[in-house]
Design a protein around this ligand. Sequence first.
Ligand SMILES: Cc1cc2nc3c(=O)[nH]c(=O)nc-3n(C[C@H](O)[C@H](O)[C@H](O)COP(=O)(O)OP(=O)(O)OC[C@H]3O[C@@H](n4cnc5c(N)ncnc54)[C@H](O)[C@@H]3O)c2cc1C
Length: 369
Amino acid sequence: MAGSSHRLDAVIIGGGFAGAATAWWLKHHGVERIKVLEQEDMPGIHASGRNAGIARQGVPEPPTSLLAALGTSFLRHPPPGFCPTPLLEPTGGFLLSTVANDPRLDEIQRNAMAAGVHTYPASRSEVLDKVPSLMESPFRSALACPHDGLVDIHALLTSYLAPLEVETSAQVTGFHVDKRKITAVETSKGPLHADWVVNAAGAWAGEVARLADASPLAITPRRRHLLHTGPLDGAGTPAPYVWCLHPAVYFRTESRGLLLSPCDEATWKPGLPPADPEAPAWLSERLSTTFPHLANLPIARMWAGLRSFSDDGNFVIGRDPKVSNFLWVAGLGGHGMTTSAAVGELAAALLLGRVPPLDPAPYSPARFK
Ligand SMILES: Cc1cc2nc3c(=O)[nH]c(=O)nc-3n(C[C@H](O)[C@H](O)[C@H](O)COP(=O)(O)OP(=O)(O)OC[C@H]3O[C@@H](n4cnc5c(N)ncnc54)[C@H](O)[C@@H]3O)c2cc1C
């Protein structure tokens, strides 16, 4: 029961990748009394269970690139006993642009290189060799990302949570704060007392911080759609994902068909966003410019989820400047699954005062002061 009176080492608010990975690392470092609180009746209802499962290491933001490299290395070689099945299908991927010699691809390549990840400009014939269906696509530049892949997101989330105490249908509703320290956490199942409170509340992270009278950082949720074709002839085997940056649209193989996104990003309120009936039309419009051969595919089902962003687009991981025992793990945008193991490792290190796996400064909540 959330209302039990014994003191905890840490309360983790949110059972998505941010909370699950942080709690897993805390446990890994020997912290025993941890409780993960999830307001829904099961974890993974929100972004962490509704994402595209693409481990993409080449990204425009250098700090995210570093976390993506570290996170993907964990996905490729998880610790013994972490998960009985492989987490990452090493398909590789291609980032494309309809602009010749697109400088955005050069920048991504530089970021990946700085993070120790090999990518390289690919010729049109190499791309077509690996993804023949792109024959009609007018793309003009390509970056090959051979060390990326597709992830079993349910196996990943379940594996983080397996050794942990997770309380579902337990919503954090308020805090008692005394002398800039949280002394009690109010939940829908009663109060809890813990040395540390971790804000891993995804789209709700800004609201949770306000309840704790912590730094008023903006975390903005943005809705994004995914659409699945149902089974298609010739789409049975996993292939490299293809992500066009300009105009933005992507697809990957999934369940004997294709999973596609029109890369929409309307701001949205925290919650479960409805899928817009217009989403297939948005997708078709994007595809008609970039991947015309895919523009008229059947759509069997679709859904939407929220990606949550800080004001500068970088993640927010670290101790709150105002409330001393409140740790942020939020704003993971569109890369929170890929980076999760690194995010959790960094967050746990900062909470425990251990040597962090990488320089924490770019992620610090104090940078918004
Ligand atoms: C359509 C889409 C595609 C994506 N594709 C990819 C991809 O290919 N690769 C990739 O790496 N990332 C991808 N992402 C991003 C990734 O899914 C997110 O970055 C990641 O899941 C965020 O995890 P989180 O734990 O911060 O948030 P969430 O998964 O939203 O978890 C937060 C949890 O906190 C709970 N919570 C909130 N408030 C409270 C409260 N007061 N009390 C108790 N519990 C509370 C919520 O119920 C929720 O379960 C995608 C996202 C979307 C939406």
